[in-house]
Write a protein that binds this ligand. Structure first.
Ligand SMILES: [Zn+2]
Length: 532
């Protein structure tokens, strides 16, 4: 089934994956990442084996520049960090362009420069001449080339430009190539092209310049994956996109599907060995971090991608369902789901528990495995998700296995919110907890209910467990859980905490947002104490 890529021996088998979730992805409606989100996402993408991570546009906002500064302390094992910018201003010089200074000072090894390749945009958007645009491309690339390991030129609107004025579009990519660009990336910026036009455009660029080519597609015609795969088969060696296809309008190309198709259908080498099986986990991690719901029908990694409605006898299910699956779900880290099956969910639990310290893998204990599975399924039914709450999952497994005694027990709490007229509300929380045979009863004010509860719990516990002082909350996310008919809406709260060494996530679910928050908070503190 996995023959060599079409096109024969002259085409490379290694395709470099260039992720722009942190830059183009954040152009998507409702998508925003905090600085810490971006740092963790970058590490996660690196672990997956992504080759390039475009972190932002240092010249466009100080937050992106701070991200690059912060990343200088993060040791990426595999990926190269890329900083984005546009070509220098018309009529200026790259050497004294503020965007260039910001880009160079970001300290990333790769610069990605977007420039016009459609004459209409040169005159209408940039309000300059066709010749000056060519000079802007050449000057910018030539200025950056000696300062960077690699300089990528993103030819914006390349396919539309080629249709409008072929010679000019090719002159633009030639200007970049002649100035020393290490790769020219052909962009379908409006996402309006069909695969045949993409294929022909790649052929035209290959004939015009000797430089390595990349492809950057948007999904406005729902063809971004088809277009990207076509471009690779025609000789592009890099594909730019975002995890889950988040991005402006209808999104960028979904790298998850591109990676899976290239690797499994065409036999290309894409991620580091073994990483393909972590694709589902990676996709869900990005959804959780972006505070978005998973798309259940997402190809390859969606929860429904390999779900089968039952109606068959258990012993025949595995063989019969496989005949309705185009790939083995495990190859991308997903799993087959058969309704009312005792087997569903085991593989993900095994994967999640295999790394837990001091725990016998439950695979060797079928009774324990069934118990954990039952508990997880019950909780997921109630609205829990453990993808971004590994600390809660760890505690759950230990508790179910009888390997964990909580260090404290929450007995009661009360939160009081008071306001008068237009005054800001004052919040006060009281908690009662038991530690051994001591009962602690403490009160704290806070900026809001979660902050007040956190304060009251700390007052109760910190005198006994001093390491809680090193722990702090870094993120708090709340989401309404899809309510089933006839039930009240529940909320899921995910809290992220950190100390000097680690970052961990915990989850709580309830119809009451304060109760959900407290569950996540208590898990977070229990985990901090367990780690110690
Ligand atoms: Zn784009």
């Amino acid at each position: 089934m996995l023959g060599p890529p079409r096109g024969g021996a002259d085409l490379p088998r290694l395709i470099k994956i260039y992720d722009t979730t942190l830059r183009d992805g954040t152009q998507g409606e409702g998508v925003s990442f905090s600085m810490e989100d971006k740092v963790r996402l970058a590490s996660r993408l690196d672990a997956l084996g992504i080759h390039y991570i475009e972190g932002g546009w240092p010249g466009s906002n100080p937050k992106d520049l701070r991200f690059f500064r912060r990343m200088q302390d993060v040791n990426l094992k595999h990926a190269k960090l890329a900083a984005f910018s546009m070509t220098r201003r018309a009529g200026g010089a790259a050497a004294n362009d503020a965007n260039m200074q910001a880009l160079v000072s970001a300290g990333a090894p790769v610069a990605t420069i977007v420039g016009k390749s459609w004459d209409f945009h040169v005159t209408a958007a940039l309000d300059t001449t066709r010749d000056e645009n060519l000079a802007m491309i050449a000057d910018t690339i030539a200025y950056l080339r000696p300062k960077m390991d690699e300089v990528v030129f993103d030819a914006e609107h390349f396919f539309d430009g080629l249709a409008a004025d072929r010679d000019y579009a090719l002159a633009c990519v030639r200007a970049a190539a002649d100035a020393g660009a290490t790769l020219v990336c052909l962009c379908d910026t409006r996402g309006g092209s069909l695969p045949a036009a993409i294929g022909a455009g790649v052929d035209a660029a290959r004939a015009a310049i000797p430089t390595a080519l990349g492809i950057h597609c948007h999904n406005d015609c729902e063809l971004a994956v088809a277009n990207s795969v076509t471009a690779i088969e025609r000789g592009c060696v890099q594909v730019q996109g975002t995890i889950n296809g988040i991005g402006e309008r209808c999104g960028n190309v979904d790298l998850v599907s591109v990676i899976a198709n290239l690797a499994l259908k065409r036999g290309y080498e894409v991620l580091r060995p073994g990483s393909l099986a972590r694709l589902t986990e990676g996709s869900r991690y990005v959804y959780e971090t972006a505070n978005m719901n998973f798309l259940s029908t997402q190809p390859f990694v969606g929860t429904s991608a390999f779900a089968h409605k039952g109606g068959m006898h258990a012993h025949g299910i595995a063989r019969t369902t496989a005949s309705y699956e185009h790939i083995d779900p495990a190859s991308v880290g997903n799993e087959r789901r058969v309704l009312i099956s005792e087997l569903s969910g085991q593989s993900s639990i095994l994967a999640k528990t295999s790394g837990l310290r001091g725990l016998t893998p439950p695979a060797q204990d079928q009774a324990l495995m069934s118990k954990i599975l039952g508990r997880v399924q019950d909780l997921e039914h109630e609205g829990y998700e453990f993808e971004a709450a590994e600390a809660s999952f760890d505690l759950l497994v230990r508790k179910t296995a009888g390997l964990y005694q909580p260090k404290f027990e929450r007995l009661a709490y009360r939160v009081n919110i008071e306001t008068e007229g237009r005054d800001l509300p004052r919040t006060e929380a009281t908690v009662k907890v038991r530690v051994g045979d001591q009962i602690m009863h403490t009160v704290s004010e806070g900026d809001g209910p979660v902050n007040a509860l956190d304060g009251a719990l700390r007052k109760a516990l910190q005198p006994i467990f001093s390491n809680l002082a090193q722990m702090s909350l870094v993120d708090y996310k709340v989401r309404v859980v899809n309510a089933r008919a006839g039930t009240a809406a529940r909320v899921r709260v995910v809290i992220e905490s950190r100390d000097q060494a680690d970052v961990w996530g915990t989850v709580g679910v309830s119809e009451n947002i304060i109760e959900a928050s407290l569950q996540a908070l208590v898990d977070s503190m229990e985990y901090a104490l367990l780690k110690k």
